[in-house]
Ligand binder design. Structure first.
Ligand code: PGA
Length: 255
């Protein structure tokens, strides 16, 4: 299998942005712009916007995701949301292991793995984020870091379940900085992640895996990145908050 046969997915990561009326307005703007997309279109929104988003996307090709979930089914975890709660609402995707969660909220490779397990058990699809810090790139350990994060996150995940996982390579130094990885850098690490998955699950499963790039992907640079063999879509932060820009990226991924 090659790039042509893999599903490209463009996912917006709204982060902590948009009130409910703002969310509804953005989705209404987006719907006609992406209706002919020949790739998966997902918007991952704050918990408070999930119900609004699910209602607004009805009858469209846009899928809704959350930005995190807890690993326990229920219990004394004040302020947390379980994967089951999301699935019950009709949410299909969840972002797990985003670098902002690792950086600001003590997320570790182990808790990422627990959350991945919980999300899969609840029937969700996972957008699993991995990526190196700037110091790590400068030390020449990008490969090791991304391989380790990928392996630990996938612990206990079966080959069958892998089909519900998308991996997003997001170099931390490129997130929200306007400093994009070059298309060559993105392709190289995405390819490396695919080879790690091939060792764990076999070549066929690895070839079928959607591996996104994320980090300052925008309307201008998307095409060059998305044309690369191992870049099967994107996880888009800032540019996903503007309907026009997001739709240009969706078009760039459509083949
Ligand atoms: P950015 O964010 O596109 O604003 O760099 C990407 C992400 O954090 O997923």
């Amino acid at each position: 299998m090659n790039k042509q046969k893999r599903q490209a997915v463009i996912a917006g990561n709204w982060k902590m942005n948009k009130t409910r009326p703002e969310a509804k307005a953005l989705i209404e703007q987006l719907k006609p712009l992406v209706k002919d997309a020949d790739c998966g279109v997902v918007i991952c929104v704050p918990y408070t916007n999930l119900e609004t988003a699910l209602e607004a996307v009805k009858g469209s090709n846009i899928k809704v995701g959350a930005e995190n979930c807890h690993w326990a089914k229920s219990g004394a975890f004040t302020g947390e949301i379980s994967a089951e709660m999301l699935a019950e609402m009709g949410v299909e995707y969840v972002v797990i292991g985003h670098s902002e969660r690792r950086q600001y909220f003590g997320e570790t490779d182990q808790t990422v793995n627990q959350r991945v397990r919980a999300a899969l058990d609840a029937g969700l699809r996972v957008i699993l984020c991995v990526g190196e810090l700037l110091e790590q790139r400068e030390q020449g350990i990008t490969e090791e870091i991304c391989a380790m994060q990928t392996k630990i996150a996938l612990g206990g995940v079966t080959k069958e379940e892998l089909s519900r996982i998308i991996i997003a390579y997001e170099p931390v130094w490129a997130i929200g900085t306007g400093k994009t990885a070059t298309a060559e850098q993105a392709d190289e690490v995405n390819g490396l992640i695919r080879s790690v998955v091939a060792k764990l699950y076999g070549e066929e499963a690895a070839q079928a895996l959607t591996v996104q790039y994320g980090g300052s992907m925008n309307a201008k640079n998307a095409q060059e990145l998305l044309d690369k063999e191992h870049v099967d879509g994107g996880l888009i932060g800032g540019a996903s908050l503007k309907a026009e820009d997001f739709s240009i990226i969706v078009k760039a991924a459509s083949r």
